[in-house]
Design a protein around this ligand. Sequence first.
Ligand code: GDP
Ligand code: IMO
Ligand code: MG
Length: 492
Amino acid sequence: MNPPTADHGYGRPSVRPWVSAPAMYHSGTPRDRHPAVARWHVHLCGLVTAIHETSGPEVFLMSSVIVVGTQWGDEGKGKVVDLLSESADFIVRFQGGNNAGHTLVVGNKKFILHLVPSGILHRSKTCCIGNGVVLDPGVLLGEIEKLRSNQVQVDPNNLVISGQAHVIMTYHREVDNARELRKGKGKIGTTGRGIGPCYEDKASRAGIRLHELVNPKLFAEKLKVNLEEKNFYLEKFLGAKPLDYNQIADEYLAYGEQLRPYVGNVSHLLEKARHQGKNILFEGAQGTHLDIDHGTYPFVTSSNAVAGGACCGAGVGPTHIDTVLGICKAYTTRVGGGPFPTELEDEIGKHLQQKGAEFGSTTGRPRRCGWLDMVVLRNAARLNGLNSLAITKLDVLTGLEEIRIATSYVHEASAMETFPLECLTLEKCDPSYESFSGWSEDISSARDFSDLPVKTQRYLRAIEELAEVPLSIISVGPGRNQTILLRNPFEI
Ligand code: GDP
Ligand code: IMO
Ligand code: MG
């Protein structure tokens, strides 16, 4: 196989990647003037006196960390959130719903969470579901039961749900599936969980929120009005069967009874927590390129999966966020339809799918696989204001002779370094690759950067330098302990 075709200096003697300050931290750049970045840079250089100049002599501890997916979801957010929950007091889901599937592997146990935040396995932590989430009550109650049957505590003492969260109704799921069926080949490939139709009702102000679900009179009235319209649409337009009012009312009123004790004011709770100096971890679902505004529209989900979504979706002001951690798989995957420039429809793609067990945690569908894409990652760095990166599933690349990274695209014979705004343009982009030598050593028990083979270190350093975002976490296996922690985002 070919040796690396370009030299970015990745072959330099081993230094922890985050110590080699990337270009954006060089003095004079706007980000360097951000107090948090300045403090971090100063910390790395050991210039303690400069800390006093920028922020005074006090010890600075980060308290609010947002975790987001940088690609098309399934980057390993669940594993990283579970890991970081050790340092957090509150863990908050802020968008999406049970289209998410976040996998946690602890010892020989595997948990797949769809709605309950991934901090739930840690005792004495409070998990919150924010107003930006769309909540399927039956799924949530089933998940709570399953966790309890595995001796995990889940009750109103450690799970609080915003009364403003919108409820996924039976008709949302029916509309989602009937629409996809009608679209045939042109379908989005949704998870069929009713996510889009629920967010539609939220935007059109017809939605039912959790505080209404737990109020039987209000709920019954709203359901009546909504179902009349939904049944018309289901029957007359989508050719589906109409739904029965009494059946839905009975089912959902029972859910409301069970969920009433969990309802709270998440925004207020988090403000109080912040005043008490608690650490808050915001758990993104989906990924930047599935974001309703910034993703590959229309092949996206229906919420804002970028970091900004945490503020709206949890009721927290942007000045109260300290750092944003982007989760990035060491290669790329995508479930459902939509453009994917670095997709590999060959033996290497199959290898990644099998070795990486790339089958959806929610629907079980095979995930499409391809090389790591820097145009995608740089787009995520900008859209989320990433402070650092967690690279996951690095172990899956072991055994490949050559590994590639797309660094730019070619579109109609011109080079393109930025992510196109339009899906139609992206479909016509061909990636330009840089090539790296692979490694054959088993890296799954590496716990320190220096435990990794030099070729693996070069690959990581290339990611860091091409993305211009420092690495803080490297994941070398699904287990909680299969992690190289370069820097805890809570302890900058
Ligand atoms: P999420 O939706 O971003 O939380 O990701 P998923 O849980 O849907 O998919 C990630 C999958 O990769 C899960 O099965 C994880 O257990 C697994 N995983 C996470 N990190 C690693 C890793 O470093 N190596 C390997 N081999 N598997 C990992
Ligand atoms: P996590 O949080 C991967 C994809 C679906 C489909 C599109 C729209 O586990 O990373 P939707 O049901 O949301 O209307 O589907 O978005 N999708 C995901 N892909 N991971 C996810 O979540 C996803 N959630 C939605 O496959 O292409
Ligand atoms: Mg997932």
